[in-house]
Design a protein around this ligand. Structure first.
Ligand code: NAD
Length: 358
């Protein structure tokens, strides 16, 4: 497969591959768009079965970052890096320094950060070779763990979707949460404080017991979460939770959670709509994390300290954007994910037109 034949290719501005013989680094950095600003998105280290699989992931994830950053109203484009390799056995500081040199060669058109398989310590190694790294620890611009900010955005998304779909507040509403890791745990606590009843699951039984003790949640086995009687289904684990096998089992009227890529494909999103369920688009409501990272990039660029008030204002704006998506979906009688994708593409196209006119 060549780059331009890939089903995930969608007008990407640049796709760069780097190899470092000494450390064995094989990385692909995909820059989907810089129309709104430098491309930003995390670096994922994963034992991809082939270079094609890595390329496809980089293309798909970088495009998703463009959409997410546009909907979060950030002056950032979308990019993503993937490193081919097993993060449990292949990680070395030298490998991440080589990765930093690769990022640096792009001259600031791509800012990297944490994603699956990559830690703040790895980023510190990369940072020795390039300044285009966010998600660091222990300096004035550092943004810290993005999960609480992500969870706050998701919480607001759940609350708004419940108001729209069920015409009520969260008090007494039953929410089923799949995955109580970083985001899911914070979300559970916020929903509990707002009076929601929780049903939770996780493959990590220790985390599950801890969150259940803190929130009084009912615990179910991972496979059973799709069958429970709940008003809201909140996917907060891995992608693809809404698929042909799970959708017919869901009784919830609202789908709103923190996980990325919740819909297995665009068609399943249409089926969600046709079943009369309200889906709060994942990359809209989980944008709090990248807003937090953007706060760090902003502070690094301006040479100042991280500003939580700037992050809070962007999060308010994100909630307003979700309202706009839900309003348009009702007015146009269309699925929310289609409306969100269209809005994101329009925001990027508008920035591109302004750039060309300048
Ligand atoms: P995490 O790894 O801390 O939590 C995920 C949890 O899901 C873990 O506790 C894991 O045991 C559990 N899990 C995995 N497979 C499961 C299954 N089949 N059934 C039930 N539980 C399962 O990750 P996180 O940072 O909380 O992120 C959760 C999701 O949100 C991911 O999709 C991530 O990409 C997305 N996201 C996270 C952030 C952030 O700020 N952390 C921002 C945006 C999006």
């Amino acid at each position: 497969m060549t780059l331009f034949d890939s089903p995930a290719f969608e007008g990407h501005e640049g796709v760069h591959s780097f190899y470092d013989e000494k450390t064995g680094l094989k990385t692909i950095i995909a820059v989907h768009s810089t129309a709104r600003g430098p491309a930003a998105g995390g670096c994922r280290m994963w034992p991809y079965a082939s270079a094609d699989a890595a390329l496809e992931d980089a293309l798909r994830l970088s495009r998703a970052m463009s959409y997410k950053n546009a909907m979060a109203d950030l002056e950032l484009g979308g990019g993503k890096a993937v490193i081919i390799g097993d993060s449990r056995t292949m990680k070395t500081p030298a490998l991440f320094e080589a990765f930093g040199r690769a990022v640096d060669k792009l001259g600031g058109s791509y800012w990297t950060a944490e994603d699956v398989g990559v830690s703040p310590a790895d980023l510190m190694s990369a940072r020795k070779q390039t300044r285009f790294v966010a998600g660091l620890e222990g300096h004035a611009a550092a943004s810290g763990d993005p999960s609480p900010v992500t969870a706050e955005g998701v919480f607001r998304g759940v609350r708004l979707a419940v108001r729209r779909a069920l015409n009520r507040d969260l008090d007494g509403v039953t929410v089923a949460i799949q995955g109580v890791g970083h985001v899911g745990a914070y979300l559970a606590e916020k929903l509990h404080a707002a009076g929601a009843k929780l049903i939770i699951t996780d493959v990590n039984e220790t985390a599950l017991a801890e969150i259940a003790a803190r929130t009084g949640a009912q615990v179910v086995a991972p496979g059973a979460i799709f069958d429970v009687e709940a008003d809201v289904f909140a996917p907060c684990a891995m992608g693809g939770a809404i698929n042909a096998a799970t959708l017919p089992r869901l009784k919830a009227k609202v789908i709103a959670g923190g996980a990325n890529n919740q819909l297995a494909d665009l068609e399943i999103g249409r089926q969600v709509f046709e079943r009369g369920m309200l889906y709060a688009p994942d990359y809209v409501i989980n944008g709090g994390g990248i807003i937090n990272v953007a706060g760090e990039i902003r502070a690094l660029e301006q040479g100042g300290a991280f500003d939580p008030a700037w992050v809070a204002a962007k999060l308010d704006r994100l909630t307003a954007t979700l309202e706009e998506v839900l309003d348009r979906a009702v007015t146009e009688a269309r699925p929310t994910h289609e409306v969100a994708n269209e809005m994101a593409k329009a925001r990027i196209a508008q920035a591109e037109a302004q750039r060309l006119a300048a």
